[in-house]
Structures are given as structure tokens and as C-alpha cells.
Design a binder for this molecule. Structure first.
Ligand code: ADP
Ligand code: MG
Length: 213
């Protein structure tokens, strides 16, 4: 189902109001085709160019089911680079502002691990990170993913090109099989299709009409 207005979505009040406050008036093309299935909990592979508004798709999907009173990592977002992870974490915090007390923790390499470990001890609802550092925290036991309901691969084609396939696979071993997995990519190379087939449950492939060849 394709939507023309955010009001057609089953969003909780804090998110619906926040979209109004942020002046997000109409869904972008990719949002109009992917938000409804994303919010019903389906596994999706979403194709869209840079700047098409993909971050909001997974932000709303994971935040709409987040339980702030539950002090566990409920969503994991994996990004190819630290810069992207920082941007994504910022966008999630921005969209979550009216929910109150949502803890978003970034876990990226190139910086000491200890402060991240201490931060995780104080609890995190959402982790946004790069594969290598996230794997390290999982192996250390500092990051528990047993209550994680949503896994997002952002810029998946780029992550796979960087050689993170095995790292992603080893992280997924620690996430419950019953979950929502959302994959975002600018292209659909074979590696993406293979990962989707192996780790997603009957994923739907969506892309904006104007982007179809
Ligand atoms: P992508 O991940 O597809 O490259 P982003 O999610 O980073 O794109 O979105 C690009 C920009 O568009 C961001 O600054 C975001 O805040 C803005 N944006 C996203 N959706 C909307 C919308 N529906 N209306 C207005 N601005 C939006
Ligand atoms: Mg993006």
C-alpha cells in the first residue's frame, strides 16, 4: 500500500506530533511505498538514492514499537561508517524527542572501547554502530541483543563492499530470529540478495516508482 500522507500511518501520538513539529509535511517517494509495510513489522529491502529519506523509514518503524520503560537494546542499526552512524543516531534522537527518555548509543571504532562499555552499562534502547565495533561489544558481553526486535542494515551495499559480510553474520547469531529486519541500499547486487535470502523472513522488495527503470 502506498500512502500520500503521514496521517494514514498507525503511528503513536508522540511520533505523529513530532512529524508535524519537524515540518515533515508529505512523505518522500520512498517513504510513501515503504512506511506502511515497515510499520506492520514486515521485513523489507528498500532501494533508494541518497537523500530520498530512508532514515525516517527505519526510525519510525523501530520507534513506533519501542518500549522506553524496558531498559534493553530493542533496536540495532548497522552503518558502514562512523559519520553515517553519527548522522543516523542524530536523526533518531530528533524523531524520538517527544517519546521521552529514549537512549540512543553509538558504537563505532576508531575511539576507545571502555567509555562505550560504561555507557552500555547505563542502558541503551537503540544502538547505532559500525559492524566491527558492535561485534566486539557483542563478543565481550557488554552488548546484549536478546531483546532486540529490529535490525537495520543501512547502506547495506556499501557495508558488504567494505567486506563486512562475515561480521554482520556473526552479530546476527546473537539477535533473536523472531525480529524485523530492514535493509536499505542504493543498489541490489548479488551479495545483497544473498544476505536477504539468508537472514530475512520473506522480505518484500520496495523502491520508489520514480526510481524504477
Ligand atoms: P537517505 O538516507 O535516503 O540518503 P536521509 O534519510 O538522510 O536520506 O534524508 C535526507 C534529508 O531529508 C534529511 O535531512 C531528512 O531530515 C529530510 N527528510 C526526510 N524525510 C522528509 C520528509 N518527508 N519531508 C521533509 N524532509 C524530509
Ligand atoms: Mg541514509
Amino acid at each position: 500500500m502506498s500512502i500520500t500522507s503521514f496521517s494514514q500511518l498507525p503511528l503513536n501520538q508522540a511520533l505523529a506530533q513530532r512529524l508535524v513539529d519537524l515540518n515533515y509535511m508529505v512523505p518522500t517517494a520512498v517513504q510513501s511505498v515503504s512506511l506502511a509495510p515497515a510499520l506492520t513489522g514486515l521485513d523489507l529491502v528498500v532501494k533508494g538514492k541518497t537523500g530520498s529519506g530512508k532514515t525516517l523509514v527505519f526510525s519510525l518503524a523501530l520507534l513506533n514499537k519501542l518500549q522506553p520503560e524496558c531498559n534493553e537494546v530493542q533496536a540495532l542499526v548497522l552503518c558502514p561508517t562512523r559519520e553515517l552512524a553519527d548522522q543516523v543516531a542524530q536523526e533518531i534522537r530528533k524523531v524520538a524527542a517527544l517519546i521521552g527518555n529514549v537512549k540512543v548509543q553509538t558504537l563505532c571504532g576508531g575511539t576507545p572501547i571502555e567509555p562505550q562499555t560504561r555507557a552500555l552499562q547505563h542502558g541503551a534502547h537503540i544502538v547505532v554502530g559500525t559492524p566491527g565495533r558492535v561485534e566486539e561489544h557483542v563478543f565481550n558481553g557488554s552488548l546484549m541483543l536478546t531483546e532486540t526486535q529490529t535490525v537495520v542494515f543501512d547502506e547495506a551495499d556499501q557495508m558488504l563492499d567494505m567486506g563486512f559480510t562475515e561480521t554482520l553474520e556473526s552479530i546476527l547469531v546473537y539477535v533473536p530470529e523472531v525480529r524485523q529486519t530492514l535493509m536499505f541500499s542504493a543498489t541490489y547486487p548479488d551479495k545483497i540478495m544473498k544476505l536477504a535470502k539468508q537472514y530475512m523472513r520473506e522480505p518484500e522488495f520496495v523502491e520508489a516508482k520514480e526510481e524504477q527503470a
